[in-house]
Design a protein around this ligand. Structure first.
Ligand code: SF4
Length: 354
């Protein structure tokens, strides 16, 4: 009798995606690629993965690096907590596992940054362990094929989906099978309208025969992101700008230009800076606006250039253009950074910034 594996693996052998991390069985490399792929498009990861592996080819090389170097290489990939956890996890593997990732999914999950999905992916792809790796693509395929129509955000439903996925994984080629499910979810069984006509699982698929695949998986409505309004301050002192290393959970460890919540007049900004950072300053000009969308927040930013005098406040640093380029700075600061560099390039004379 036909089962999911016997239908899916021949399809995978013929149509699998060519990706830089495919065929790689080094557990560390699988860990890196699967961490990068969380909440990030495959096309984006294509260029980051080879650079990361070239710079940090082993767990040991990553463990010995500074977190700032790791964040710099991650710059633009987003969800920076992943990079920090990967770094911390590598140090843990060196300290507790003699530099070798374990093959058991339960032991893998004890390592910082390795959740159930990544543990399943590493165990099955690198070690051939027969276990599932359930990501968003797999949830979609399983809910459609098995006809699970309840809210997949409910823990008992999520557990059911994981149990079905575990039941499907064949003892032979579990890593290929898990990657085949991910590929199917990314290509034919995509969100919105799936391409059931070309799908190897159509003969088994409940949603395909019921005609409601487009409505699955069923998810309760997510809370819309909160909008925060900030004044972004480009504080220039000669040929340097002031930056702060964030300690907040969001973008922790990355460098940003100072932000003040709310929308203030130039006079209010000058007063606020004197009060909060002890800096004397002269408002130079407004530099336009920028917007950045995170998963749970939207930042609406107004940019301002001010010339400042006074000592460096605690937790901040003044940086030249070269130093700014070497610091890990998040994508949310892309426009402020470009404007800041432009202002510094005109720092000897009148800044060409408006
Ligand atoms: S038959 Fe259609 S809905 Fe079912 S798994 Fe294939 S693409 Fe998805």
């Amino acid at each position: 009798m036909e089962n999911v594996g016997s239908l899916l693996l021949p399809w995978y052998d013929r149509f699998h995606r060519e990706l830089p991390w495919r065929g790689v069985q080094d557990p560390y490399a699988v860990w890196v690629s699967e961490t990068m792929l969380q909440q990030t498009r495959v096309e984006t990861v294509r260029s980051y993965y080879p650079r990361f592996i070239a710079r940090f080819p082993t767990v040991s090389a990553l463990a010995q690096a500074s977190v700032e170097d790791v964040l710099k290489l991650w710059e633009g990939l987003g969800y920076y907590r992943r990079a920090q956890n990967l770094h911390r996890g590598a140090q843990q593997v060196m300290a507790d596992y003699e530099g070798q990732l374990p093959s058991d999914p339960a032991r893998l999950r004890r390592i910082t940054g390795i959740g159930p999905y990544t543990a399943g992916a590493i165990a099955s792809i690198a070690f051939g362990v027969c276990c599932p790796a359930v990501d968003g693509n797999v949830i979609r395929v399983v809910s459609r094929v098995a006809g699970i129509r309840e809210d997949v955000a409910v823990p008992s439903v999520a557990r059911r989906i994981a149990a079905v996925a575990a039941d499907w994984v064949p003892a032979a080629r579990p890593g290929d099978f898990n990657q085949a499910l991910m590929d199917l979810g990314a290509s034919l069984c995509c969100p919105g309208t799936p391409d059931c006509g070309r799908c190897p699982l159509s003969s088994l698929c409940d949603a395909c025969s019921a005609g409601d695949a487009e409505e699955l998986p069923h998810k309760s409505r997510a809370t819309p992101p909160r909008t925060l309004r900030y004044d972004v301050l480009l504080l220039r002192q000669g040929n340097r700008m002031l930056l702060r290393q964030r300690t907040e959970t969001l973008l922790q460890g990355l460098w940003v230009f100072p932000l003040l919540e709310g929308e203030k007049t130039p006079a209010q900004l000058v007063r606020a800076l004197r009060r909060s950072l002890g800096l004397g300053c002269v408002y130079a000009r407004a530099l336009g606006a920028a917007r950045h969308v995170f998963t749970h927040q939207v930042w609406e930013m107004r940019l301002h250039l001010l010339d400042v005098s006074g000592p460096v406040p605690d937790g901040y640093r003044f940086a030249t253009a070269d130093e700014i380029n070497a610091l890990p700075i998040p994508t949310a600061m892309r426009r402020p950074k470009a404007m800041g560099l432009e202002c510094l390039s005109g720092a000897e004379g009148e800044p060409p910034c408006d």
